[in-house]
Design a protein around this ligand. Structure first.
Ligand SMILES: Cc1cc2nc3c(=O)[nH]c(=O)nc-3n(C[C@H](O)[C@H](O)[C@H](O)COP(=O)(O)OP(=O)(O)OC[C@H]3O[C@@H](n4cnc5c(N)ncnc54)[C@H](O)[C@@H]3O)c2cc1C
Length: 371
């Protein structure tokens, strides 16, 4: 974004789609760094809840934290700054209209932007299980049989928490980070938990076989029955509610509750429909910019240098980098010794994410001004 605006010119409007970890962090950083420059940040999020730390959802499910404990700090401009921030909760953006530079919301609202940031996160992957969807063919999260849950949002967590009782028979499908977290939390609530994992080791993306064995022992000590190299093939329902999970080897696990923890997929529908480049995620350059110079993507939905990180730390770093790029004031001073200051007379440079080389610098490229 350009840093100097004529008095009386329109405010700089940054619209962030997605009020999750990346979007909220970006809003916080932007309003803090706005200084006296005018900046209007709008965060549009479809979840009704105040922004929260998704990484701690399992602690809420386990009953260790109340939902409000994991709330993220509300972005608030310091007194005397020219920044304003508003959050539209329970509002879903349904279309990006790039020619008019507006987003369209499901409540009919149109929100204009000078810079648009897509921070739409991920969706849970729904595995191809027989019986997962109603015969009417709907294949979304709203159409799951009773007792079957994903584990991504606060609503998922509260619904699971309301359904679990001591002795509930729960089957968690998927032994990655999410599945292990869900199984552990349900066991701590007194459920009889079976964790069915298709791979050889639990959390194989994060752990080597030795560490995975330790984790398995820990899960067993919590009372979780772990099955590896175990493929779920289908669900048995009474037409409405689930009562068993069928395995590929012919066995069936009785279940009152099933958690689908089979990975996530970047939410790219808005970007694709808007004609932006999408591979696995929304393709961005070293400045987190899509091919449209006014549109950026950060967090789980973004693909940088061929990588979709899917991690909270990366989402927050990307938010910090983008805040520097979009900040109407010059970038904040760098921590001493980490990054060299540009030579005198050189254009301002901004730290950017680069997978292979870590942090690098690039010349700050402005976002076009509003017409
Ligand atoms: C249970 C759990 C445990 C995890 N544990 C870890 C961990 O230990 N370490 C780690 O690094 N990562 C962990 N993660 C992953 C981490 O939470 C994500 O990487 C992080 O939340 C990504 O942030 P984000 O803002 O990109 O996406 P999200 O936090 O998912 O936020 C995206 C938001 O955008 C909203 N949205 C999407 N489309 C629209 C639209 N069209 N209109 C309006 N709003 C929209 C969504 O509703 C959502 O609120 C975990 C995730 C889960 C679910």
């Amino acid at each position: 974004m350009e840093s100097n605006r004529e008095p009386g010119s329109p405010q700089r409007r940054v619209v962030i789609v997605g009020g999750g970890m990346a979007g909220t962090r970006l809003a916080q950083q932007l309003v803090v760094s706005a200084g006296e420059a005018t900046l209007e940040v709008t965060v549009i999020g479809e979840e009704q809840h105040p922004a929260y730390n998704r990484v701690l959802l399992a602690e809420v499910l386990a009953g260790r934290y109340a939902p409000e404990v994991i709330a993220l700090p509300v972005p608030a401009p310091a007194a005397g700054t020219g920044a304003g921030v508003r959050r539209l909760s329970g509002v879903r953006v349904v279309r990006v209209d790039r020619p008019t530079a507006e987003v369209l919301c499901d409540d009919g609202r149109r929100v204009p932007y000078d810079a648009l940031v897509l921070a739409t996160g991920s969706n849970p992957v729904l595995p191809p299980l027989r019986g997962l969807f109603e015969p009417d063919g709907r294949d979304d999260l709203q159409a799951l049989p009773d007792g079957v849950h994903a584990f991504r949002t606060m609503d998922d967590c509260l619904a699971l928490g309301a359904a679990v009782r001591p002795g509930t028979r729960a089957v968690v499908i998927g032994g990655g980070l999410l599945g292990v977290s869900a199984a552990r939390a349900l066991a701590q609530r007194g459920a009889q938990v079976v964790l069915a994992h298709q791979g050889e080791h639990l959390m194989e993306r994060q752990l080597d076989p030795g560490a995975s064995r330790l984790l398995r022992r820990h899960m067993a000590a919590l009372g979780v029955e772990v099955h590896t190299e175990c493929r779920a093939r289908g669900l048995r329902t009474d037409g409405r509610a689930v009562h068993a999970v069928e395995l590929a080897d012919g066995y069936a696990l009785e279940a009152d509750l099933v958690v689908l923890a089979c990975g996530v997929r970047p939410r790219v529908g808005l970007a694709r429909a808007a004609g932006l480049e999408v591979a696995r995620g929304i393709v961005v350059d070293d400045e987190l910019r899509t091919r449209d110079p006014r549109v950026f993507a950060i967090g789980d939905c973004a693909e940088h240098d061929g990588v979709v990180y899917g991690l909270a730390g990366a989402a927050q770093e990307q938010a910090d980098v983008l805040a520097r790029l979009l900040s109407p004031t010059p970038p904040l001073p760098e921590p001493r010794g980490l990054r060299p200051w540009p030579p005198t007379g050189a254009p301002p440079r901004t730290p950017l994410l680069n997978r292979r080389r870590g942090w690098i610098f690039a010349t700050r490229a402005p976002v076009p001004s509003p017409a």
